[in-house]
Design a protein around this ligand. Structure first.
Ligand code: B12
Ligand code: SF4
Ligand code: SF4
Length: 398
């Protein structure tokens, strides 16, 4: 373990009080809204809860969670030298109610966190700057983590007092509501930890009740396989019919459980300009997305987290939203995708057109395209869509 007396730089910080002051002012200067410290052993329940989530299969195809479970469940297993975990939070509160856009079916809803630049890049860059200055001032070793590292950021943030894990499993803060990104700096310097925050959910269950796909088997537990965020971002193949109607116009992530939280009344709007919604992503027209080829997709989403899912998965999501729109103007752009090179896109186009077109028109389309189709997933879509009335094709509303 390092202590300030043995490692302090001659021009550096002399005691833990000045380290804390330094960290607070660095956090503020770098645009963070909150900072707090947890001891590395402050989340004794996290490993067993993670194990249970994995045993129940709630992680779906996110096998990296299982592969890293040992390190993820305990900061000490990840880095044996760690003595303090410094948690940072950045508010990305939206200017408008994200639930309002769900009613506008000719529009696409991209979740609030992805309406501008990728937060991983913003937060990681800033944490690295803070970590560099911290090291040079007190000689400690550090490691910087944001999201993708095997760190359980939410229970650590709760232990540090930044907020509590609400029934929707995300961190809620009395000052910032549910709209917080998290990141951490691990250090081998022993610092006094902050006090953990208490649960303030009480009898509220608004987030559990609003979930369109019933993704919470119990309060404080999420079955990712049913979560629209997982289905639209992490899931690679065709999305199960069971969830398609419930997706509505959500084409990247979902905010319903966050948006409905009563603690958001204390939340401010994001101060970081790179996290404020781009004009063209606040209420984008679905139609414009259906015309994207790979180059247009990459150009439009350059620097955005949406780029990560690639054009085909994005089109899959947009086509499901088109199928839910009831907007017959979208028939023509959907038809253009019937011959798309991606089977994922063709399959979703079959579903969308089956929802948008009258049965005779759809029958003509099937005569034209179905005989040429070879891909088993797309053929399954045709079979589903062409099933007799009252059969499989009519059983998809959630
Ligand atoms: C995997 C992951 C996902 C998965 C699974 C989500 C999940 N809840 O696990 C999917 C793809 C679905 C997802 C979606 C979203 N994510 Co995400 N995700 C992660 C990631 C990478 C790991 C989370 C994890 O460890 N899960 C494993 C489970 C077991 O851990 P847990 O959620 O903490 O589970 C706890 C509870 O279940 C609790 N528990 C279990 N039983 C019981 C019983 C009782 C009584 C109690 C009190 C508690 C309790 O204990 C567990 C351990 O603490 C983190 C980043 C990170 N490295 O931490 C981001 C992260 C959680 N995601 C984030 C965000 C913003 C989102 C979305 C809002 C994005 C969007 N708009 O679409 C949604 C929200 C969906 C939701 N309701 O959770 C933020 C959340 C910030 C915050 N304020 O909490 C994080 C922290 C990323 C970041 N760096 O900011 N995500
Ligand atoms: S993000 Fe949406 S789908 Fe996922 S749990 Fe929350 S409300 Fe349900
Ligand atoms: S909506 Fe209610 S139950 Fe859900 S996190 Fe917020 S306060 Fe807790």
């Amino acid at each position: 373990m390092r202590t300030l007396t043995s490692k302090t730089h001659p021009a550096g910080l002399k005691d833990t009080g000045s380290v804390r002051q330094f960290l607070n002012s660095e956090a503020k200067e770098h645009g963070f809204d909150a900072i707090a410290i947890a001891a590395p052993d402050a989340i004794p329940l996290a490993a067993s809860r993670l194990a249970r989530c994995l045993d129940d299969g709630h992680h779906g195809t996110m096998e990296w969670m299982r592969e890293t479970a040992e390190r993820r469940g305990s900061p000490v297993a990840l880095w044996p030298e760690v003595r303090s975990v410094i948690l940072f939070a950045m508010n990305y509160g939206p200017a408008d109610d994200p639930l309002a856009l769900l009613e506008r079916r000719d529009r696409a809803t991209i979740s609030v966190y992805a309406r501008n630049r990728d937060y991983h890049d913003i937060i990681k860059g800033r944490l690295k700057q803070i970590a560099g200055r911290f090291t040079s001032r007190c000689g400690a070793d550090v490691k910087v983590f944001v999201d993708t590292a095997p760190v359980m950021e939410k229970p650590l943030a709760e232990a540090a007092g930044l907020g509590w894990q609400g029934k929707h499993t995300n961190l809620v803060s009395r000052a910032h509501g549910s709209w917080l990104f998290l990141g951490s700096i691990f250090t081998d310097l022993q610092l006094p930890p902050d006090e953990a925050e208490k649960d303030h959910c009480g009898s509220c269950r608004a987030c559990l009740d609003i979930c369109p796909t019933k993704a919470f088997p119990e309060p404080y537990q999420l079955d990712a396989r049913r979560c629209i965020s997982y289905l639209t971002i992490e899931h690679k193949g065709p999305i199960a019919h069971e969830f398609r109607t419930a997706m509505g116009n959500r084409i990247y992530g979902c905010d319903d459980c966050l948006a409905v939280c009563p603690w958001n009344k204390f939340a401010g709007i994001a101060r970081e300009a790179k996290l404020v919604a781009r004009d063209d992503l606040s209420a984008p027209r679905l139609e414009s997305f259906l015309a994207f080829d790979d180059a247009a997709f990459r150009r439009f989403f350059s620097g955005s987290p949406v780029k990560r899912i690639g054009r085909n998965r994005f089109l899959r999501n947009a086509l499901i939203a088109a199928g839910n729109s009831g907007d017959r103007k979208l028939i023509a752009p959907c038809r253009m995708l019937m011959t798309d090179p991606s089977s994922l896109v063709r399959g979703a186009a079959v579903w969308a057109l089956h929802r948008l077109q009258d049965r005779p028109q759809f029958g003509q389309l099937a005569e034209q395209f179905r005989p040429c189709e070879q891909d088993p997933d797309v053929l399954a879509e045709w079979n589903h869509a062409c099933a007799p009335k009252g059969g499989a094709g009519d059983k998809e509303a959630s």
